[in-house]
Design a protein. Structure first.
Length: 424
């Protein structure tokens, strides 16, 4: 019989709609991060660094790039004969076939996979957080406290507490009260969406809530376990953790990498972050190039100027171009003389010569005010912006655009251009 003490179920199927045009063709965990990585690299690296060698990755929305990136798990040493990494998409059954309708529903639909390994504990992870955590230490805490459920938690500003599951604990971290995204929170200790369940407890809860529409851990499983008198404990985490589910938080997390003293250090020897590496030539900086406080990916050619930015692999930045406070993802081309300020440029995008991005004043979005609500210019992958156009702040562009799409050569602040066939 195969036996694993703890296996991980990594939820990576979300659409990530709050990232707007960045995720219209790719799942959020597969979005590039830090010039070299994809977001899912961080929980996968945490698993292998923590000694968790059996990981089920639950995919659903736009899984192609995510599946290709993970492959059989070689970069993370998860290509194992027993265990390793397994991609778990929804599939057709003889009855009750369905898409994953909630986080807990997705795990329930893979009950057979979990029971193959007869685990004592199941670790539930999200595929869209940036952090380093030793899950082995969290498991030790779970055992020592005699918990049925342990929830990784950290304090958040009280004004942001309504975005999270909020816990009230006693002096031993025993959870006395749990509210998912409360309107009037009673505290600021927030769930990080990282859970360790004793497997019999999770199994019983999922079966009991089998008919719950869109069954979710925060909304249904955790409250059910609490109501059933199970022992719930908070494991307080003191390190760096960021949910990069919004454009602002995604941009901030990248910019924090290039601060003078970065909050999140990618260069530690003892806790490496692994990723699938392509065969790419070295970087090239021309004689007139200027680079300050930036991350530059492999194979990138810089003929212009880059300040406080994160540049992915295989990018070309033309002569006279100036990039500030921006994220340029892999294989993009920035034309000569372009000016880019506070922008997120997705993969394989072409910015025309002399184009200016991030100019003028902020204006509310006419596209989707819930998604676009900052100074950022967001450009989806495979897009083209023509030469010499001006793009205002808080804008979104997706697709191959032409000069005619820009009245008087300008996309005003708050505007968007989504070409036919592309989805907001």
């Amino acid at each position: 019989m195969i036996k694993k003490e703890m296996i991980a179920m990594l939820l990576a199927g979300g659409q990530g709609s709050r990232l707007g045009v960045l995720t219209q063709k790719v799942a959020k965990p597969a979005v590039s991060f830090g010039g070299k990585y994809r977001i899912i690299d961080f929980p996968l690296s945490n698993c292998i660094n923590s000694g968790v060698d059996t990981v089920g990755v639950l995919t659903q929305y736009q899984p192609l790039r995510l599946n290709a990136h993970i492959g059989i798990g070689i970069p993370w040493d998860l290509d194992r004969n027993v265990g390793g990494v397994t991609i778990l998409p929804p599939y057709e059954r003889s009855k009750d076939s369905d898409w994953y309708t909630g986080t807990a529903n997705a795990v329930y639909q893979n009950l057979e996979f979990i029971e193959t390994y007869h685990p004592d504990y199941v670790l539930i992870l999200s595929g869209d957080h940036i952090y380093k955590m030793d899950y082995g230490v969290m498991l030790d805490y779970h055992k020592a406290s005699g918990a049925d459920v342990t929830i990784a938690a950290m304090p958040v500003p009280i004004e942001e507490a309504g975005r999270f599951g909020i816990m009230v604990t006693d002096e031993t971290n025993h959870i006395m009260q749990f509210e998912e995204k409360p309107e009037h929170p009673h505290g600021n200790l927030a769930s990080m969406g990282i859970y360790i369940f004793s497997w019999p407890v999770l199994r019983e809860a999922m079966i009991a809530l089998l008919d719950e529409p869109g069954c979710d851990f925060g909304k249904h499983i955790i409250p059910y376990c609490h109501d059933q008198g199970k022992r719930l404990f908070a494991y307080e985490f003191n390190g760096y953790w960021k949910d990069v589910g919004t454009l602002s938080s995604y941009w901030e997390a990248n910019m924090e990498l290039v601060d003078i003293i970065p909050e999140f250090n990618l260069y530690e020897e003892f806790w490496k972050v692994y990723t699938k590496s392509d065969i790419i030539p070295p970087q090239y900086l021309a004689a007139d190039a200027v680079v300050e406080s930036s991350i530059i990916g492999e194979g990138t050619e810089i003929y212009g100027e880059v300040y406080h930015s994160v540049i992915g692999a295989g990018v070309t930045i033309g002569s006279g171009a100036v990039i500030r406070d921006s994220i340029i993802m892999r294989e993009s081309v920035i034309g000569a003389g372009a000016r880019i300020m506070k922008a997120i440029i997705a993969e394989d995008t072409h910015i025309g010569a002399g184009a200016e991005l991030g100019v003028g004043e902020y204006a509310p979005s006419t596209c989707d005010p819930k998604v676009y609500q900052s100074d950022l210019v967001t450009v989806g992958e495979h897009s083209v912006i023509p030469d010499h156009v001006r793009v205002g702040k808080n804008t979104a562009i997706s697709g191959v655009t032409a000069v005619e799409d820009y009245p008087d050569g300008t996309l005003a602040g708050g505007g968007c251009i989504i070409k036919a066939g592309d989805v907001r």
